[in-house]
Write a protein that binds this ligand. Sequence first.
Ligand code: HC1
Ligand code: SF4
Length: 577
Amino acid sequence: MKTITATINGIQVEVPEGTSILDAAKQTQVKIPTLCHHPDLPAWGACGICVVKVAGSPKMLRACATPLEDGMEVITHDPEIVQVRKTVIELILSTHPDDCLYCPRNQNCELQRLAAEFGVREQPYEKNIVDLPKDSSTPSIVLDPSKCVKCGRCVNVCQSMQNVWALEFLGRGDGTRIAPAGDIALNDSPCIKCGQCSAHCPVGAIYEKDDTRKVWEAIMDPEIHTVVQIAPAVRVAIGEAFGYEPGTLLTGKTYAALRRLGFDAIFDTNFAADLTIMEEASEFVERFAHGKGPIPLITTCCPSWVDYLEKYYPEMIPHFSSAKSPQMMLAAMVKTYYAQKKGIDPSKIFMVSVMPCTSKKYEIERDENMYSSGYKDQDASITTRELARMIKSAGIDFHNLPDEEADQPLGIYTGAGTIFGVTGGVMEAAVRTVYYFITGKEMEKVEYTPIRGLDGVKEATLDIDGTQVRIAVAHSISNVQYVLDRVKQALQEGKEPPYHFIEVMACRGGCVGGGGQPYGATDEIRAKRAAGIYTDDERSVYRCSHQNPAIKQLYEEFLEKPLSEKAHKYLHTHYTA
Ligand code: HC1
Ligand code: SF4
């Protein structure tokens, strides 16, 4: 590739052809401010904050959307540029409410940060706030259009990363606003509740529905036994809310924080991920080796993905694994097995999950067998962001917490359980156990690397004693279509399907990049979080779900064996077109 040589503020830079001025400037340790731009998304120069000049020209260029050219002499800041940027910020603020103290993004807002950095002290323009109603129709996210700065990130994410098209621009000129397509309630739109719009919104215009009050009320009620579970991807991201490097593995401190918040029992979703693998791997072997059910089998632990397939590919529902997600399996086991073991009335248990995901709030409200214990299996689901707020508001000194253990028996997990949190991880965990179920032998090397990493679609063929299992892994809904269309075409033509087993996660990077994680995720941060997860796997005593002693005990004492009648009653679900 051709290399461009130019200067930025007099400092020479060399970058590949096509690099934007914005990215090239990073080589000189100068940050050009942005608002509409996000590294996940194509540049489209909407806000005008990133303006720069080229020597000899009075024209201002948008650094995000202008490629660096050979010999260019770029100036990223002079008094005129700084004044233009400040004016843009003041104009945005003239249409933005000033209720920062009450905003969910207070102290975590990109507009607030820019206003502070540019020393905005007064409003020279007439305030013109359009008071639009909030949309709280989904169980997962809230839209507050009054706070919208029309940066377009949410529309871009929803349409190009997620291929959902639930959000769009309505109106023209000053009257432009972002709304669900067709101006209907978000819950009536094709929205899959992934929360990626909230994770990419720079201000408080889209945010997770706050369920912390319900959780506090349960904790404070002496009659209620509160149980909490934490998802795989939470432990490598929660630290970001407390100043740790992304990817720092903080499982023990998170358990300790939950104990200090007042939960009566602390369990781990990773345990239930092992349980999901026992059921899903058994289901795969039944279908693949014994012909009992359609192939390919498709994973279903991501509720946004389930919602998407139900809406857009209902004819593929028979290919879905009926195994519930780990979140729902753990909840069902807490209100049955654990309640019986401890002699606790399940109606007095309040079950909370901490998830990297806004869609898990929707999953717990689904009708399809989510009351399998006879009660609502999972009472509340909060995101990593909400847990971080609870810890801060309780005054817990997260940095100085000791590393504590989870409670038993639903807190023991293997490396296979923890890698659920990254794209490819559910499949890798399944592969480890499928291999064992089919051959009776352990894999010599459990790391199955062809399906690791951030490529949108990963394909691999696993050799099981001479039998070839064809695998596909996709993340971000925009990458799913390629995989599903190949399957559909083969099935329509009566041909052998291109894959036997498919994993899909709605969010880029898998759950480490979930819509409920601390703000600011980029591929660099997703990769660091994934590395933290793989470290957790490497350090685990057991690496395969079928080796988990607490899982063996659960089957012996309660569930009998995978796919038993009891397992079906509590651990499996169905889907509705
Ligand atoms: Fe996930 Fe899952 S991996 S869906 O991404 O199968 O949310 O972390 O908890 O349930 O285990 C999310 C993560 C999570 C479930 C598991
Ligand atoms: Fe689109 Fe996901 Fe936001 Fe729904 S939650 S509007 S699908 S980005």
